[in-house]
Write a new protein. Structure first.
Ligand SMILES: C[S@@+](CC[C@H](N)C(=O)[O-])C[C@H]1O[C@@H](n2cnc3c(N)ncnc32)[C@H](O)[C@@H]1O
Length: 351
């Protein structure tokens, strides 16, 4: 049996996964870096077991999904099914199935896309074989089976716990672009609400919000569509489409670093392109001074050491809020719709 941990990520962010893992897990082993994925081979199998029991993918920033790999196989060009079925039969007792789902996956790259049509046909074939043995589609099963094809000549066989992992194949939540939203950025905020904000804290009808760096209006559109009835959209640039004329939206051509609302709002959202440390200080100031209770914002991270820069920004927030005696929660994640940025949800907690 192999003991490996497979991480999916946006291509180009493999070093950030590695940096986050070294910071959080700090166990001996070696890395193999792919494109859109990387693999950690722990020196001690016991570390693999321990992480399988404890590691929750949703708490991590850069990995889209974290899979515990038990077998890595080279495949013949014709019959790929037989060696895979044999490997599944030979798995360690603890991992033999049944499985809740069987997901056939591949890297989120152009090369990976070529594997996607194979994966659909192969997935249906494998599903049928496993379902016939009672091994697939078992709603109560404690594991999901992943077959990851880095190429059509190789497969990694691994598992996730459905309660500790991300619930979308490839770790990618597919969202439909709303036809009348003024920009694709709207999907970033939609994903942030879906992934980072708990049900109890979602926008409620009649809430108010400030959107810093609002133009052309994709984030403002999300706040309107979620029920906000008063949104201050701060940007020197023009709002577009329905967001330029919507009765709930007040567009102010002001500097987002200087603007403060006359009375507190329910939500602060911010997508300004600025140095991350300046954004961290700005958001902290809003919460410390009570202009908003909760915020969604992002840190643009075009630099190489993104993990270090993120830590620096989280420290700025901690110094400000903790220093002011404010209890808070923050979640940061490199969302699927994010490019070179990480999105955060920050909320005060009642004492
Ligand atoms: C990535 S775009 C925002 C896109 C917007 N969230 C959407 O969904 O359509 C960044 C915006 O921040 C604005 N911006 C940058 N610095 C700003 C500042 N100091 N004050 C106000 N707006 C600023 C820019 O004019 C730009 O429109």
């Amino acid at each position: 049996m192999t003991h490996a941990i497979l991480f999916y990520c946006r291509p180009g962010f493999e070093a950030d996964v590695e940096a986050e893992f070294s910071f959080k897990a700090d166990i001996p082993g070696k890395w193999e870096i792919g494109q859109g994925f990387c693999i950690f081979l722990p020196k001690r199998p016991a570390d693999w077991d321990k992480l399988y029991r404890t590691l929750e993918c949703g708490d991590w920033v850069f990995p889209r999904q974290i899979i515990f790999v038990a077998e890595m196989l080279d495949l013949p060009p014709k019959d790929r099914l037989t060696p895979i079925l044999t490997a599944l039969d030979n798995l360690h007792e603890a991992h033999k199935g049944p499985w809740r789902d069987v997901w056939i996956e591949y890297p989120d790259t152009n090369d990976g896309k070529e594997i996607s049509s194979f994966s659909r046909k192969f997935g249906a074939l494998l599903d049928a074989k496993l379902a016939a043995k009672g091994l697939a589609n078992q709603a109560d099963a404690k594991a999901r089976l992943h077959l990851f094809f880095p190429t059509l000549e190789r497969v990694y066989i691994g598992f996730t716990r459905p309660d500790f992992s991300v619930n979308w194949p490839l770790g990618i939540p597919r969202l439909r672009m709303p036809t009348d939203a003024p920009s694709r950025s709207t999907l970033k905020l939609a994903e942030a609400f879906m992934i980072l904000v708990p049900e109890s804290a979602q926008v409620k009808p009649g809430m108010s919000a400030v959107d810093l760096g609002a133009a052309p209006g994709g984030w403002t559109w999300q706040m309107v569509s979620r029920g906000c009835t008063k949104i201050f959209a701060i940007d020197n640039g023009p709002m577009k489409g329905s967001m330029a004329i919507h009765p709930s939206v007040k567009h102010l051509r002001e500097d987002g670093f200087r603007y403060r609302p006359k009375s507190p709002v329910d939500w602060l959202v911010c997508d300004m392109v600025e140095q991350p440390a300046r954004i961290a200080a700005l958001i902290s100031d809003w919460l410390v001074k009570g202009h908003a209770r909760q915020a969604i914002f992002n840190f643009k991270l075009p630099m190489k050491k993104r993990w270090n820069e993120l830590q620096r920004c989280l420290d700025i927030i901690d110094d400000a809020l903790d220093g002011a005696g404010i209890r808070y929660q923050i979640r940061a994640r490199h969302l699927y719709h994010d490019r070179e940025e990480v999105t955060c949800y920050l909320t005060k907690i009642k004492r």
